[in-house]
Write a protein that binds this ligand. Structure first.
Ligand code: NAD
Length: 312
């Protein structure tokens, strides 16, 4: 039987560390880190996500605030709000919940958030820092993926890793992080030929395609580690819904370890958002520079160690 990588338990441990960091900042005379969430319109799913994020902030002592704007808010007003939050020293993290209404240019809005407060890690400056291994804020889900891998394989040097999916929010940043940890990385996508054979060689498979049970048991070599990022909501026969991952979980029990869906990557995402907010606050308050040393649980050669003599 494969070991189950318990994302809920690992996320709780990360929250404890984040809480301790908040307490340390406050004990040394700094304000508690502050996260501001902007919600435009009344998308029901976004409402749920925002509520969860605010509640999570309370758990670890992060001050949170919400800006709820009507769906007809102009792009100019939204950009003005972000500019004022960028300039506010009490705000360390800014999160603009997507999707935004159609009349708003989402890319422009996300790029208007200061890279130092971009706790989602989506700003091109942070993407650039990630791909050059020079610190910055790492997107939450990919960071969570690396932390989960770290619990099973602390040293990825020379390991064969396959990433299924090449999105900007999951696949590409995960691939960059794996490369930074000295794994040999194959990034695959919907047009990749021979995906089963590629996966069969992998020591680590990160599945982020959004294709339910795409990865079959005979795609997985004995002893591989599988991280299932995929989440698809499916209707069951009794009219209820269940969440299904990208991996045929029951067929993959010859793996060394595997994440379940739900209870694997999902819980790590919010825990990493909190960690990113504290990271951003520490940098602004105590000048943690680009060392990114808060990401101690991520296998890495250069990203989080600030190594000056990094190999390419
Ligand atoms: P996306 O749709 O932006 O990208 C999907 C990628 O997978 C694309 O590169 C596509 O080419 C590839 N792909 C799709 N079908 C494939 C197939 N049959 N074979 C090979 N490649 C295939 O999706 P995304 O935003 O990266 O999200 C991927 C999945 O991860 C979704 O299920 C999403 O819900 C989930 N997700 C989970 C979390 C979390 O917190 N757990 C966070 C983000 C995304």
């Amino acid at each position: 039987m494969a070991d189950i990588i318990d994302g809920r338990a690992i996320a709780r441990q990360l929250d404890e560390k984040t809480k301790a960091q908040v307490e340390e900042l406050v004990a040394t005379g700094h304000p508690a880190p502050g996260l501001t969430v902007i919600l435009v319109g009344e998308d029901p799913a976004s409402e749920v996500y925002v509520r969860r994020k605010i509640k999570a902030c309370e758990r670890v002592g992060i001050r949170s605030s919400e800006h709820r704007l009507p769906a007809d808010t102009s792009q100019e007003d939204l950009l003005d709000l972000i500019a004022s939050l960028n300039a506010d020293p009490e705000v360390h993290g800014i999160l603009c919940q997507v999707p935004l209404p159609d009349h708003i240019d989402t890319r422009l809005v996300l790029r208007s958030i200061s890279p130092d407060k971009d706790v989602d890690g989506f700003h091109p400056v942070n993407v650039g820092r990630l791909s050059t291994g020079t610190g910055g804020i790492v997107p939450c889900t990919p960071l969570g993926v690396m932390m989960l891998i770290n619990t099973v394989i602390p040293d990825l040097t020379g390991k064969d890793a396959v990433v299924i999916g090449k999105s900007n929010i999951v696949g590409k940043p995960v691939a960059n992080l794996l490369l930074d940890a000295e794994a040999t990385v194959t990034v695959t996508h919907i047009y990749t030929h021979g995906l089963p054979a590629i996966c069969r060689k992998a020591d680590v498979i990160v599945a982020a395609a959004g294709a339910p049970e795409l990865v079959k048991g005979d795609w997985v070599k004995e002893g591989a580690v599988i991280i299932d990022v995929g989440i698809t909501r499916q209707e069951t026969e009794d009219g209820k819904t269940k969440l299904v991952g990208d991996v045929a979980f029951d067929e993959c029990q010859h793996a060394k370890a595997i994440t379940p869906v739900p209870g694997g990557v999902g819980p790590m995402t919010i825990a990493c958002l909190l960690a990113n907010t504290v990271q951003a606050a520490r940098r602004s308050m105590v000048g943690n520079g680009d060392t990114g040393s808060d990401y101690a649980d991520v296998p890495s050669r250069t990203m989080f160690t600030g190594s000056a003599s990094k190999p390419n």
